[in-house]
Write a protein that binds this ligand. Structure first.
Ligand SMILES: Nc1nc2c(ncn2[C@@H]2O[C@H](COP(=O)(O)OP(=O)(O)OP(=O)(O)O)[C@@H](O)[C@H]2O)c(=O)[nH]1
Ligand SMILES: [Mg+2]
Length: 468
């Protein structure tokens, strides 16, 4: 990477728009911008002022657009370098022409994410904050916006930094005992162990809300699963508020998996309606059933639909047991409108010789009764979904850990700390303890990028869009 070269890109999205911005960054940014920009005054450009003028073809002097120029001087810019932004009208053709001129004058086309990469390399933001920029751009709900902003303002970075600092303190203590054991004696477990325990507790607090945090950021995949004709497609339609999937009274109506997006409580969700699960000789239906199984396996949450009016739920119970055990589930008793009590919930108290209620198998399993036809119980269903995804009892603040990468790093750091703590308590040699503490510290450093290698950094910025 040649960091001294000047990069340029269209920073606004492709297509026509009110304005289109060309961003130039690097040593030559302002000079290049001035050569394609004509303004009345000849006074030198001042940083962070807006200038009105014309964008011109420097060879012919032809006016291409009337535009604004905003110069920024290093280090007070997004990238930390000299930056010039040309705000033109949002014509894709015009923007390409101006960009072409800018490149002829010595800039090169920026790679995806290269502006933010430079900001990272110049210390304007850390790695987690850079990832937040991508989150911010992709946010599709208030919840996503809030957690992206929290990450961007450095909330997680500060927490990680304070853990790292405390860890460094512990490392220093241990290493002093390695180097000067004769002068200061053996390491005292009673002073070090509480420090490590406290660090582990802080990491546990971070990790507790991490599953919810990941779902807030990535959205949740919800598979609607059940036997044929129980009303899965009707439920999808009811949740979406539109007649998306075909509903008939013929069992085996849905063949292919249908995928739609919506939100519950500001959390983006993708719901999948699937083929009813049963033994089938029909080849197409079999393929549908195969897909339904896969959808259930990949889901963050399963809505298990059954028919409250069915006389016997033995087949439902067997089916439920065949679904992935670890995945949170909401048991949805449907067709409530047809029920005059007493209806038969799937989790009814087990009588003599009966299988024990499945609903009590894990506390993540909720049960609600609805009518996909009348809309009865849909609000309770939505609450149950949020509850099952552990999104209901979050505090005021959004979870700090939202990226799988960050979650993994904290988990790894925690494991190393746990190992170090064990060694301390067993009074094992100090250098052994130091190795684990260092590994924990390195893992934390990967989050902010303090200890990230080039491959990791490149992988993160590869997912950015051009101009960002
Ligand atoms: N009364 C009543 N009927 C319902 C309700 N939900 C679905 N139905 C009816 O039940 C039948 C089956 O509904 P679908 O939504 O197609 O069921 P499905 O589970 O998608 O069925 P497959 O795609 O065949 O697996 C249709 O006749 C629906 O009108 C409900 O809440 N109340
Ligand atoms: Mg269906």
């Amino acid at each position: 990477m040649h960091r001294s070269d000047t990069i340029a890109a269209i920073a606004t999205p492709p297509g026509e728009g009110g304005i289109g911005v060309i961003r130039i960054s690097g040593e030559g940014a302002t000079e290049i911008a001035e050569r394609v920009f004509r303004r009345k005054s000849k006074t030198p450009l001042q940083a962070r002022r807006v200038y009105f003028g014309e964008v011109v073809d420097p060879d012919t002097g032809e006016t291409l657009d009337r535009a604004l120029l905003i110069p920024f001087h290093a280090p007070h810019s997004y990238t930390g370098e000299d930056v010039a932004e040309l705000h033109c009208h949002g014509s894709p053709y015009l923007l390409r022409r101006v960009l072409e001129q800018v490149c002829l004058l010595g800039a090169r086309l920026a790679q995806p994410g290269e502006f933010t990469l430079r900001a990272f390399l110049n210390g304007k933001l850390d790695l987690a904050q850079a990832e937040a920029v991508a989150d911010l751009i992709r946010a599709r709900s208030d919840a996503q916006l809030r957690s992206a902003l929290a990450l961007h303002t450095g909330r997680l970075s500060r927490q990680v930094q304070s853990l790292s600092d405390a860890l460094l303190g512990a490392i220093a203590t241990v290493e002093a005992h390695i180097d000067f054991s004769e002068e200061i004696g053996e390491l005292n477990p009673e002073t070090l162990a509480p420090v490590l325990e406290s660090l582990i507790r802080q990491m546990d607090a971070l990790l507790r809300d991490a599953p919810a945090g990941r779902i807030l950021r990535e959205g949740a995949r919800i598979a609607i699963v059940g036997r044929p004709n129980v009303g899965k497609s009707s439920l999808l339609n009811a949740l979406l508020g539109e007649e998306r999937a075909i509903v008939t009274d013929i069992p085996g109506t849905t063949r292919d998996t249908i995928e739609e997006s919506f939100q519950i409580g500001g959390v983006p969700m993708v719901v999948l309606d699937t083929a009813g699960l049963r033994e089938s000789a029909d080849v197409v239906e079999q393929m549908g059933i195969e897909r339904a199984r896969r959808a259930a396996e990949q889901a963050d949450l399963i809505l298990f639909v059954y028919d409250l009016t069915a006389p016997d739920h033995e087949a439902d119970r067997r089916l439920l047991q065949s679904l992935p055990v670890e995945t949170p589930k909401v048991l949805v008793g449907n067709k409530m409108d047809l029920c005059s009590p007493p209806f038969q919930p799937l989790s009814r108290e087990a009588g003599a010789g009966e299988t024990v209620s499945l609903a009590s198998r894990t506390e993540k399993e909720q049960e609600v009764k609805v009518s996909a036809l009348t809309g009865y119980g849909l609000d309770s269903l939505k609450q149950a979904v949020l509850q099952a995804l552990q999104l209901l009892h979050l505090g005021e603040e959004t979870p700090a850990l939202t990226h799988q990468r960050h979650i993994y790093a904290v988990q790894q750091a925690r494991e190393h700390l746990q190992q170090a703590l064990k060694s301390v308590l067993q009074q094992l040699p100090s250098d052994l303890i130091a190795v684990d503490l260092r590994s924990a510290w390195l893992m934390l450093g990967e989050i902010t990028g303090e200890c990230a290698d080039e491959a990791l950094v490149n992988r993160i910025f590869r997912d950015f869009c051009i101009g960002k």
